[in-house]
Design a protein around this ligand. Structure first.
Ligand code: M6R
Length: 619
């Protein structure tokens, strides 16, 4: 959703705020947006701004044709429309105080109508339909009476309901950017004679790898040589610095045709890096959980909360944790969880999963769970993000930055982290022997190389996708861990290729979905291994025969050497042999490739699908 950048530099760094802001916005493009804008305080002490609906390039072209008066202080924004359509007027920054103050906002100000009515009654003129412009006029009014920008913002946030990150600059205060956050992301970048603010570290990683988190309900003031953080109560708060563990090039395409192509190619590495340092000598070592080890050993229930792809990874976690650690696990969409009055206590372990660490639904569910006394462990891919800060413990996945809006490599890293958690819990609870854990660890360590082999069939999948460019509906069937993989395959097709797609548990077929089968219907079937101890393989092969008998075209994803599916499938995509739970990490790969290739065959933007935002920071 909206991307935010703030910058202050000293005279020594030159007048470069426009470049820094546009560079930061470029790196935040992946969050999804429909308009963009910047405001800078020029070297002559005046505030100048520009904002345009459409892609960032529209703004860039405009600024090239008619440059702003540049300086060393500024703010930049990419907007994902909520209140008011994607127009020039509704784009940020919003100006107030006769054009001397500029404000940008991410989030939703829920009580903006009543605040707007109050301002209208005072004769304030509004130029946009947004909730955000209200905040600009309120801060301007407070600034006129205090002369202190941070204090003005502090008095205003006390009146706002909802979620927000706000950044403000004022022409009377060159060299100062103030920000505030409540349930919306904001990170500080620490430079040398310059400092930065961003929705995430991508906004400034090209300039510095030193960063600092800022907590909920806190305000920050950055100047070229100082950073000050206070609570909404005005009292100083403790801050902690961290080192960003990837560099700017990790967030570049690196010669690939799209970020998604690059990120799928990184799926083996995403698994390998998530395992790195956590498996050795046949054991699992999650030192990040040491502080909660006692409580983990005694939990009597696990609830996994997440959204979208992360929730499908959660289903893999359910199967693994229940099988290995013998604890009941529920998986729930985060946005449903907190509104249904769930029963939680101190023996409940809530596991949240989020690539971005900023998904509002998941964040709110995490806060709710902790308020109810549950302990929360988060699986997250993004350092400095909000969800880990709100959790009792965190397992970071090390998939590296995921820029394409649709999630791919993060899913594999999340699955891997959940498998590690399952084995860790089994060790703590004594439900698996050391040898059993060592066997699983060895199988898991072999997965990255097997994913590499799956990726070798990408060219064939591209050909298949090319044949199917006109397909209007695709179904996905799977059983056991193949079920969440079917859901993930269907989601990728919906969001990337805009095709109707549904994932079903194969056992559910005869309970309804089989009525959808008609001649020519394409059905992907994730076939469990013939070695599967639950004998699911023959059942899924029967499902294939049932749908083939009704004219469906079947594309099976099956283990190498599985001869039983060959007579019944139109195409078979082979995956290497793996332990039953880990097959999921192989079977999902061709589906990621297929979603991307079908979108590409249709000429669609695979990195930024329509209507979607990478990180959903509003409810
Ligand atoms: O950043 P998160 O993992 O919390 O995001 C969760 C979902 O919004 C995300 O997985 C979404 O479903 C993607 N569009 C899937 O490709």
């Amino acid at each position: 959703m909206c991307g935010i950048v703030g910058y202050v530099g000293s005279a020594g760094v030159g007048d470069k705020s426009v470049d820094v802001l546009l560079g930061g916005l470029k790196r935040l493009e992946y969050r999804g947006y429909d308009s963009a804008g910047v405001a800078v305080i020029g070297a002559d002490g005046t505030l100048d701004s520009r904002k345009r609906a459409g892609k960032l390039q529209v703004l860039v072209d405009d600024l090239e044709a008619d440059p702003l008066r540049d300086g060393q202080t500024g703010i930049g924004h990419t907007r994902w429309a909520t209140h008011g359509g994607p127009t020039d007027e509704n784009a940020h920054p919003h100006l107030a105080d006769d054009g001397k103050l500029a404000l940008i906002h991410n989030g939703i100000i829920e009580n903006f109508s009543e605040l707007k009515a109050e301002l209208l009654a005072e004769g304030v003129e509004f130029l946009s339909e947004t909730d955000s412009e209200v905040a600009a006029h309120l801060v301007a009014r407070a600034y006129r009476s205090t002369g202190d920008l941070a204090e003005a913002l502090r008095t205003v946030v006390a009146r706002l309901d909802g979620a927000f990150t706000l950044l403000v600059v004022h022409a009377d205060q060159p060299g100062v950017v103030v920000g505030a956050r409540r349930n919306s992301p904001l990170v500080i970048g620490l430079g040398d004679g310059e400092n930065f603010l961003g929705s995430d570290v991508a906004a400034f990683v090209a300039h510095t790898r030193r960063a600092m988190s800022i907590g909920q309900d806190q305000l920050v003031t950055i100047r070229p040589d100082s950073v000050e953080v206070v609570g909404f109560d005005g009292l100083p708060v403790e801050t902690s610095e961290f080192e960003i563990d990837w560099d700017a090039s990790a967030a570049d395409k690196g010669g690939w045709s799209s970020f998604m192509a690059k990120e799928i190619s990184e799926e083996p590495e995403a698994v390998a890096k998530t395992l790195l340092g956590r498996v050795s000598g046949g054991g699992v070592h999650l030192s990040e959980l040491d502080g909660v080890a006692d409580r983990l050993a005694t939990v009597d229930r696990v609830i996994v909360i997440a959204c979208g792809t992360a929730a499908y990874a959660g289903i893999l976690g359910k199967y693994a944790i229940e099988q290995w650690a013998r604890v009941p696990v529920e998986v729930e969409l985060a946005h449903e969880f907190r509104y249904r009055d769930p029963v939680l206590d101190e023996k409940t372990l809530v596991v949240s999963i989020s690539q971005s660490g900023e998904t509002m639904d998941t964040l709110m569910a995490v806060k709710y769970a902790r308020e109810q006394g549950a302990q929360v462990l988060s699986i997250c891919n993004t350092q400095g993000s909000t969800i880990p800060r709100e959790s009792d413990a965190v397992i970071y996945t090390h998939a590296g930055p995921e820029v394409a809006v649709a999630s791919t490599k993060a899913f594999l890293a999340q699955g891997t982290a959940l498998f590690l958690l399952g084995l860790h819990l089994a060790g703590l609870r004594g439900t698996l022997s050391t040898d059993e854990i060592a066997d699983q660890v060895a199988d898991l360590q072999a997965i990255p190389e097997k994913i590499e082999r799956v990726l070798e069939s990408s060219e064939r999948i591209r050909t298949l996708a090319g044949w199917m460019a006109d397909t209007r509906s695709v179904l996905f069937l799977g059983r056991h861990v193949g079920y969440p993989i079917a859901l993930e395959g269907a989601l990728k097709l919906k969001e990337l290729a805009y095709i109707h797609a549904e994932g079903f548990a194969a056992g559910e077929l005869k309970h309804g979905p089989i009525a959808l089968i008609e001649p020519g219907q394409i059905v992907f079937v994730i076939v469990p291994s013939p070695r599967d101890p639950r004998s699911l393989h023959p059942k899924v092969v029967s499902n294939i025969q049932e749908i083939r008998a009704r004219g469906a075209r079947v594309i099976a994803i099956a283990e190498e050497g599985d001869a039983a599916v060959l007579p019944f499938a139109d195409e078979v995509l082979h995956i290497p042999l793996a332990a039953p739970l880990f097959e999921s990490l192989l079977a999902v790969v061709p589906l990621h490739v297929f979603g991307m290739e079908l979108a590409a065959a249709k000429g669609l933007d695979v990195d930024q699908p329509r209507n979607l935002a990478k990180s959903v920071t509003v409810e």
